[in-house]
Design a protein around this ligand. Structure first.
Ligand code: MEV
Length: 319
C-alpha cells in the first residue's frame, strides 16, 4: 500500500513582513517546529473527494489538490490525508504555508514525479495567492528551502532569494516566542489593513516601507557581524514601523512596551493582528525567564525554538 510522509518547517519573519508584499526585501528564517502530511492509498478506490481526517482548511486543501491535478493532468480519488503539526496555527509562523508545501511535496511523490523543491515552491506560491490575495511568496520559499533567507519579489514572475551563508549567532541570547493570539486572517491584514493604507496615502506608505527596507538591511548586517546590541535596537525600530503600518493591536503594543520597560526588545513576526492579539511576538532579553514570566502575566503561551531549520523533507516513502 502506497504511503508517503513529507514534512515542512514553520518560519519567522525577522524583518520585512508586509513590506515584502510591496517589493521590499524580507529576512526570514525556518524554525525547528514542523508539520507532517501523510498520504495513504486506500485499498478500495473511492469516488468521493479524497480528503478525510480534516476538520479545518478543507477548502484550502481542495485547492491544492486541484492545482496538482491540473498541473499534472491527473485525477486523485484514492488516498487519505493526515496532518500532524506543532506549528502554532494562525500565529504568523507559516502553518498554512507549511501545510501547502508539505501537501504538494507529498502529492508529487505520490504521483511518482521527480522531487523538485523549486517546483514545489512555485506551486505553493500559486496556492497561497489563492488563499490570501496578495502574497509575496516569502513564506513558501523559506519553508521549502529552510535556513536563513534574504527574499524579494521583484515582479509576479520574478522572485529572488539568497540563502545566507551564516546563522543567527550562538552568542545571541535565544529568542522567546510569545503567542498573543489573533482573530483576523492574513488576507484581512495584507489586503484590508495594509492595502487600504497604501491606497489612502501612497506617498507616506512608500516612505514607511523604505524605512522598513533599511531596517531589514541593517538587521541582516547586525546578525552577520554578531552585534546583538544593534540587533535589539533594530528589533524595536522594526516594531515601531509595523505599528505605524497598523498591524499591531493595542493590547500587543502594551505587552511589547512592558517587555521594553523590563530591558528587552520585541516585535511581531508575520502578518500581525489588530482586533485582539497580533500572533507571535519575537522577544529578546538578557534574562529570558523574565520574558516568560511577563508572558504568563498576560496569559500568553511562550516557548523557544531552534532557528535555521531544514526545509521541506521526505520523511517516509513506501511505494
Ligand atoms: C505573512 O507570513 C507575511 C506577510 O508579509 C505576507 C506575505 O509575505 O505574503 C504579511
Amino acid at each position: 500500500m502506497k504511503r508517503v510522509t513529507v514534512s515542512a518547517p514553520g518560519k519567522l519573519h525577522l524583518s520585512g513582513e508586509h513590506a515584502v508584499v510591496h517589493g521590499k526585501p524580507a529576512l526570514v528564517v525556518a524554525v525547528g517546529k514542523r508539520l507532517y502530511v501523510t498520504l495513504t492509498q486506500n485499498p478500495e478506490p473511492r469516488t468521493q473527494n479524497p480528503i478525510v481526517n480534516l476538520k479545518t482548511k478543507k477548502d484550502y486543501l481542495s485547492t491544492i489538490i486541484h492545482l496538482i491535478e491540473k498541473k499534472y493532468q491527473v485525477s486523485f480519488t484514492d488516498f487519505s490525508l493526515e496532518i500532524t503539526s506543532d506549528i502554532p496555527v494562525g500565529a504568523g509562523m507559516g502553518s498554512s504555508a507549511a501545510l501547502v508545501v508539505a501537501t504538494i511535496g507529498a502529492l508529487i511523490i505520490y504521483l511518482g514525479k521527480p522531487w523538485n523543491p523549486q517546483e514545489i515552491n512555485e506551486l505553493a506560491f500559486q496556492a497561497e495567492k489563492f488563499q490570501h490575495g496578495n502574497a509575496s511568496g516569502s513564506d513558501p520559499t523559506v519553508i521549502t528551502h529552510g535556513g536563513l533567507l534574504w527574499y524579494r519579489k521583484e515582479l509576479e514572475f520574478l522572485k529572488t532569494f539568497w540563502l545566507l551563508p551564516f546563522k543567527i549567532p550562538k552568542s545571541f541570547t535565544p529568542f522567546v516566542l510569545v503567542d498573543t493570539g489573533r482573530t483576523e486572517s492574513t488576507k484581512d491584514l495584507v489586503v484590508g489593513v495594509v492595502g487600504k493604507k497604501k491606497t489612502q496615502n501612497p506617498g507616506a506608505f512608500e516612505l514607511l516601507i523604505a524605512k522598513i527596507e533599511q531596517v531589514t538591511r541593517t538587521i541582516t548586517q547586525a546578525i552577520h557581524d554578531e552585534k546583538e546590541v544593534d540587533f535589539r535596537k533594530l528589533v524595536t525600530i522594526n516594531e515601531r514601523l509595523l505599528e505605524q503600518l497598523g498591524v499591531v493591536s493595542n493590547s500587543t503594543q502594551k505587552f511589547i512596551r512592558d517587555i521594553e520597560n523590563s530591558g528587552g526588545a520585541a516585535k511581531i513576526s508575520g502578518a500581525g493582528g489588530v482586533k485582539t492579539g497580533s500572533g507571535i511576538v519575537l522577544a529578546v532579553h538578557d534574562d529570558p525567564q523574565k520574558l516568560m514570566a511577563l508572558a504568563k502575566k498576560y496569559k500568553h503561551p511562550s516557548f523557544q525554538v531552534t532557528l535555521g531549520g531544514e526545509g521541506v523533507r521526505r520523511e517516509q516513502v513506501v511505494v
